[in-house]
Write a protein that binds this ligand. Structure first.
Ligand code: GLU
Length: 376
């Protein structure tokens, strides 16, 4: 049985993805950046960081800023106009964040992702390790969709789902969607005065989906539908999610002070969800045959090092799921390999410090890191 998430409030979260909608950051009429609002957000985030909470920002606003800057007059932008606007707007967006965080000495690092980056296993792992490294270096990754190159078929198209994907990718324990509505309502609050805010959702049932249905898509950008899709992805990844109104200055402070919002709570932790995902690969495409010492080390929670591997079977790439077997052919676990089969064959049986000499590059010390490993 998977362990339930024990996240009660935003103070408990260790790694948080905050998604900022365009309408919060860019004035709808003016098309200009809401600088005071952004300064408030930076102050809020600084407080999180002082409590040792890691933050990743997924921010919209590139298209809105860019269309104003390039003076694009069309009401409905065509795809190529959106892409052009995003190219010009992203520079300004990243610069605005950099300025807002400068006085706190917090570096901002821009990462633009496409859906492919999160669906292809190797690119997924690459993006994951870049983001992890940025966090380790004390910076705040500032993420947006790579709108300038993403064609219609391969776009997320909305940052709610991109943010959920990022949250799953970095095993975040909380995603905060800051938007222009304070949560999920049981009917459309714009037309139904008796509409009630749902304060907690444990499961995305048909009833919940119906509440967010197209007919009730009462949030302008993204809509409630994409927020519920994001919630589905988060819950499957063991990540809590909350929808909160972000339009006032210091929106995160308001949540801390108990402002109403909707919480989506998973029944597993990000850690157990990731392990489940690894264990559920139907057919590993290769294996590492290991010695007794390595087998004991794995059972006591260690990573798989090249030194303990006797042979490699199959033809695989970095990031593929590989079986781990004893020399009697018994599978004792599975994991995501940090090396291709070709490189693995060259360094198996060797000490990790010899990797550079043999391969000519600084690879990982482990064949399979313990975070990427499930032992039966
Ligand atoms: N990536 C788009 C932008 O930066 C926004 C997508 C969305 O609003 O969800 O303008």
């Amino acid at each position: 049985m998977s362990k339930a998430s024990n996240l009660r409030n935003i103070f408990d979260a260790k790694r948080i993805v905050v998604k900022i909608g365009s309408s919060l950051l860019v004035g709808t009429e003016s098309g200009l950046l809401r600088t005071k609002w952004l300064e408030g957000l930076a102050r809020d985030i600084k407080r999180f960081r002082d409590r040792d909470q890691e933050i990743i920002i997924v921010s919209s606003g590139a298209i809105a800023l860019g269309r104003n800057y390039l003076d694009i007059q069309s009401q409905e932008l065509r795809l190529e106009e959106k892409q052009a606007a995003a190219a010009a707007g992203m520079v300004r967006l990243a610069h605005a964040y950099q300025e807002a965080f400068e006085s706190y000495d917090i570096p901002i690092a821009q990462v633009l992702l496409t859906r492919d980056d999160s669906e292809d296993r190797r690119r997924y792992l690459n993006a994951r390790s870049t983001l992890m490294t940025l966090l380790k270096l004390g910076s705040i990754p500032l993420i947006n969709e790579n709108d300038t190159v993403a064609t219609e078929e391969i776009r997320f198209g909305d940052n709610d789902r991109l943010a959920a994907r990022v949250a799953a990718m970095v095993s975040a324990d909380l995603l905060i969607l800051l938007s222009d509505i304070d949560g999920l309502y049981n009917s459309d609050p714009k037309i139904d005065p008796s509409a009630k805010l749902v304060s907690e959702v444990l499961d995305i049932t048909a009833e919940i989906e119906a509440m967010a249905g197209e007919a009730h898509s009462y949030v302008s950008s993204g809509g409630m539908v994409t927020k519920i899709l994001a919630a589905k992805e988060c819950l499957a990844a063991g990540c809590s999610m909350l929808i909160a109104k972000g339009s006032e200055v210091n929106p995160l402070l308001a949540i801390e002070n108990g402002e109403k919002c909707t919480w989506f709570r998973p029944n597993r932790t990000p850690y157990s969800a990731r392990k489940k995902w690894i264990a559920s690969t139907l057919k590993p495409i290769g294996s590492y045959i290991i010695d007794i010492g390595a087998s004991d080390a794995l059972k006591s929670g260690k990573s798989l090092l090249p030194a303990g591997v006797l042979s490699v079977t199959g033809d695989f790439q970095r990031g593929d799921t590989i079986a781990i077997e004893t020399s009697e052919g018994i599978e004792i676990g599975r994991g995501l390999t940090a090396y291709s089969s070709g490189d693995a064959r060259l360094i198996m049986g060797h000490k990790s410090r010899e990797i550079y000499e043999i391969l000519g590059y600084h690879g990982r010390n482990e064949f399979i890191h313990r975070d990427d490993l499930v032992i039966n």
